[in-house]
Design a protein around this ligand. Structure first.
Ligand code: HEM
Length: 228
């Protein structure tokens, strides 16, 4: 069947990595924009109301389930590709441009595995506790919504008041930066976007993205730890 041929072919797997990777890049951008509300000095009103909307809107819930599936698919197919490349002599999935990109490109599977471990820890601390019943995260009245909501703002502040958690996040975000520094441009390359003018632009955009997004996330634990 064409679908099994596609999923077992090298180009099919690379295409899955590229498309799921681009979706995850989009998720990271939206997740950071929402999380930056943690820095607002409003006692968590905007962040908590936002988190409530994100977890109760049926369309966003559907996208969230897609997101979990894409994370797992990206990790699973990435591991398959790793073993496939290890087995094949001479063929490499990675396309390297310079010395630092080539280290990341050769270690995408290791970096990805570390990011998966980070996501599991991260979701275990915030997402899972939010989904569990009473007693894990307090409730607080939302002025905007007019009813009580989970006080995720307080939970995030509590987590980032602990130095070891801040360090785990900073290491995780450093690993994410390395993964993105190769992954961003590679995703476009797999889609066949090879152009004299646009390819260098995408590579540059990838470099900027891979620094700005993890740095944006890193501001949150650092700000909470040092200034709250
Ligand atoms: C300072 C950094 C971060 C903070 C404060 C933060 C905060 C949160 C919070 C409060 C939740 C649970 C509520 C919700 O679903 O929106 C969450 C969920 C999640 N976070 Fe983060 N996050 C951070 C960084 C990251 C990074 C770097 C990744 C990925 C590499 C990530 C991946 C996820 C995922 C996959 C979920 C589940 C989303 C969903 O249910 O739709 N987060 N995060």
């Amino acid at each position: 069947m064409w679908i099994t041929n596609f999923l077992t072919s090298s180009i099919g797997r690379k295409l899955i990595m590229s498309l799921t990777g681009l979706f995850l890049i989009l998720f990271l951008t939206v997740h950071l924009a929402g999380n930056l509300q943690l820095l607002w000095n409003d006692g968590g009103e905007s962040f908590n109301s936002y988190a409530y909307m994100m977890t109760h809107n049926p369309l966003i819930k559907l996208i969230a389930y897609g997101n979990y599936f894409f994370i797992l698919l990206h990790a699973f197919v990435g591991i398959l590709l790793y073993f496939q490349n290890k087995g094949a002599k001479g063929t490499k999935y990675a396309v390297s441009t310079n010395a630092s990109a080539s280290w990341s490109s050769k270690n995408m599977a290791l970096l990805g595995t570390l990011i998966l471990a980070f996501i599991l820890l991260h979701m275990g601390d915030f997402w899972l506790k939010m989904k569990m019943g009473e007693g894990w995260i307090n409730e607080v009245d939302s002025i905007a919504l007019g009813h009580p909501v989970k006080d995720l703002y307080e939970k995030v502040n509590y987590s980032f008041s602990q130095l070891w958690i801040v360090i785990v996040y900073l290491v995780g975000l450093g690993v994410l930066a390395l993964h993105l520094s190769h992954g961003f441009a590679s995703a476009f390359q797999t889609l066949g976007l090879n152009h004299k003018k646009y390819t260098p632009m995408i590579k540059m955009l990838g470099k900027i993205y891979s620094i700005l997004i993890p740095a944006g996330f890193a501001i949150i634990p650092l700000y909470v730890y040092f200034f709250k």
